[in-house]
Write a protein that binds this ligand. Structure first.
Ligand SMILES: Cc1cc2nc3c(=O)[nH]c(=O)nc-3n(C[C@H](O)[C@H](O)[C@H](O)COP(=O)(O)O)c2cc1C
Length: 247
């Protein structure tokens, strides 16, 4: 639809947000990206995206194996875990819907490095696997400030002191199910580290929205963010970020 137009609009943001960053060492880049996003028309203009590549990833809630670090939860939302994949889905126009999703891959690598438990945030009513249809529903949910129903809550949330929370930028913010997750799973007093994959829009308003939905959480400003086309090659970068935090 309007993706080409947006490419032009967002060229500055591309320069600011391409590649993978952690705010610890690229604070200025992130600030530029947020600023650029704020200046964009937030009407019905479709957000920008680009293809991701494929590797295998984990999608189930699971206990990690040997070396499990019981107090770490790695929770994430990814389109590929939240869509019914139709046989005729177009991998070019609907890129990251084909597993593994970008955030799904990042989450798997965070889990590897932390030894924590992986939790995929899943809605009861999956999104369309067609790009335009998914955009439309996501935009409608955003307009309604909806809280899409989730399949499950985190069991034994009290066991976790630290939560790594991964998400894609959806419509200059977060997928609305992420807000459902934050409202149903109280992260108060837990240390939260955010990681995000996005198109040319960067983090946009996502951190503000998360902070508002989880007022008691201790959200670090050391955030890992990754341009969508770089997600599949970001294993080393995100694991370095996790190691830098102390895992
Ligand atoms: C419904 C929808 C809305 C999106 N909105 C934005 C946006 O506003 N800005 C942006 O930079 N990227 C946007 N994107 C692109 C995704 O953030 C990006 O492709 C991300 O890497 C997808 O991660 P995933 O594969 O784990 O879902 C959007 C993608 C979808 C499906």
């Amino acid at each position: 639809m309007k993706r080409k137009v947006l490419t032009a609009i967002c060229i500055g943001a591309v320069l600011a947000t391409s590649g993978c960053n952690s705010s610890a060492d690229t604070e200025e880049d992130t600030t530029v990206a947020v600023g650029a996003e704020e200046n964009r028309d937030e009407g019905d203009t479709a957000p920008e995206t680009a293809p991701s590549s494929e590797i295998d990833g984990t999608t189930e809630t699971e206990e990690s194996g040997t070396g499990s670090n019981g107090d770490v939860l790695v929770a994430y939302f990814s389109w590929a875990d939240n869509a019914i994949l139709e046989d005729d889905v177009d991998a070019v126009s609907s890129p990251s819907v084909i597993p593994p999703g970008n955030v799904q891959q990042l989450a798997g690598w965070v889990q590897e490095e932390t030894g924590g438990d992986l939790f995929t945030i899943r809605v009861t009513d999956p999104y369309p696997s067609d790009w335009d249809a998914c955009l439309e529903r996501a935009n409608q949910e955003r307009g309604e400030d909806a809280r899409p129903e989730l399949q499950e809550r985190v069991e034994n949330l009290d066991d976790y002191d630290t939560v790594f929370l991964g998400y894609p930028n959806w419509w200059y913010g977060v997928p609305m199910p992420l807000l459902t997750f934050l409202e149903e799973n109280d992260l108060s007093d837990k240390q939260v580290y955010l990681f995000c994959s996005h198109g040319t829009g960067g983090l946009a308003q996502s951190v503000e929205l998360i902070t508002e939905a989880a007022p008691g959480a201790v959200i670090s400003d050391n955030i890992f963010d990754c341009y969508e086309e770089d997600a599949s090659s970001s294993r080393e970068d995100i694991q370095e970020w996790v190691a830098g935090i102390g895992y």
